[in-house]
Design a binder for this molecule. Structure first.
Ligand code: GLA
Length: 371
């Protein structure tokens, strides 16, 4: 891409554990992936942002003074949203040409939209002559997701996409945004990501409904407990105040408080290189997301259970928002090929179509290089 000034990439992510708790102030453990969105960008001296894609025939030219007109464009809305928020945050927005190459599979639960938003914002920054500030970009990207994509998401995906570090998981406290980088030492085991190929769409799914249920749980529990977020509630406190909550809301809250405990144990297991314990926590997380939080569905349940049934697999769970998308599994490295074949074959038998395995590494978040 010789004619561009900069190549800006931002990662997709896999969340190892800590699911559906970022918006409850919990700690999560995502990793940025080598599946990335790349934006090639050059300043064009006009008031227009020209967008083109490597994988789409569409071309869109947006006037930077009339960005709201692109609010409902299927693909341009992310860029219009990010551009508008970038400007409102007090930065200079310059006319530019952007060529977008998204290698994070759409609807996979690996945060394709976060990687698009983060790479777009980082591209606006470099064109304005700034060094991208990853935390500010993550927060603006989350706002774009709320206001332009209609998903009332937490901060995990955008933070991981912007701030990831190669070879490390992030232990991100979603209440304070404190982040500790934990080296991913899986020893004899490999992390395997498999797509159920059941596309998930968080706008149409019950994602926002789950978030409302946890907000209701917090409201009801805080009449008796001195807490500011659901992640502060201990499992024994939830049990003691169970009668305050309608049964479904109780189930959602139970998932949240127990998942927070699992993240704590998973951090210890990772630091002790105790992968067997880590794997058990993955299985327990999946069961809770299936039975208590009800965000899996038959495809993700089949994929996780088939993975768990393979002798070389010590843990498997859905990752991301759920309702479709991917699983993450820990598998003995020398048996990964056999494991993949087993899962793809059995999944097709049960569900009727193919699952897809990805080969991916743990990457840095935003990376800017001169073309
Ligand atoms: C989606 C959201 C995240 C997080 C996960 C579930 O990926 O964007 O903020 O809530 O679901 O953990």
């Amino acid at each position: 891409m010789n004619n561009y000034q900069y190549k800006v990439t931002a990662s997709g992510r896999v969340n190892l554990i800590g699911e559906h708790i970022d918006y409850c102030g919990g700690k999560v453990m995502p990793c940025a992936l080598s599946l990335v969105t790349t934006v090639y960008v050059r300043e064009n001296g006009s008031q227009i942002i020209n967008l083109s894609w490597t994988t789409l025939p569409d071309k869109v030219s947006m006037d930077i003074n009339r960005l709201e007109e692109y609010k409902s464009h299927k693909y341009a809305k992310y860029f219009a949203g990010c551009a508008s928020l970038w400007k409102s945050a007090g930065h200079q927005l310059k006319g530019c040409d952007m060529l977008i190459d998204c290698k994070v599979p759409f609807g996979s639960g690996l945060s394709s939209s976060a990687s698009i938003e983060v790479s777009a914002l980082a591209a606006f920054a470099v064109i304005a002559g700034e060094t991208p500030n990853p935390v500010e970009i993550a927060l603006l990207a989350q706002k774009a997701e709320h206001e332009y994509a209609g998903v009332n998401c937490g901060i995990m995906d955008q933070y991981a996409s912007a701030c990831g570090r190669a070879g490390h998981a992030m232990l991100l406290d979603c209440k304070t945004l404190d982040c500790v980088y934990v080296p991913v030492n899986t020893g004899d085991y490999s992390i395997v990501i498999i797509n159920s190929n059941k596309p998930h769409n968080l706008v149409e799914s019950r994602y926002n409904e789950r978030r409302e249920e946890t907000e209701l749980a917090l409201k009801l529990l805080s009449s008796k407990l001195n807490v500011t977020c659901l992640a502060e509630v201990k499992p024994c406190e939830l049990e003691a105040h169970k009668s305050l909550l309608p049964p479904t809301v109780y189930k959602r809250a139970k998932h949240v408080v127990e998942e927070c405990e699992r993240v704590h144990l998973a951090e210890i297991a990772m630091r002790n290189k105790d992968m067997v314990q880590f794997g058990k926590l993955l299985n327990a997380s999946h069961a809770s997301l299936s039975e208590l939080y009800e965000v899996t569905g038959k495809e993700l349940d089949a994929l996780a259970h088939i993975a768990q049934s393979h002798p070389a697999c010590i843990g498997s769970r859905m990752t991301g928002g759920g309702f479709g998308g991917c699983t993450v599994s820990l598998v003995k490295t020398d048996a990964v090929d056999d494991f993949k074949q087993h899962v793809v074959r059995e999944y097709k038998k049960q569900i009727g179509y193919d699952a897809v395995c990805y080969d991916t590494d743990i990457n840095d978040g935003i990376v800017v290089t001169k073309c």
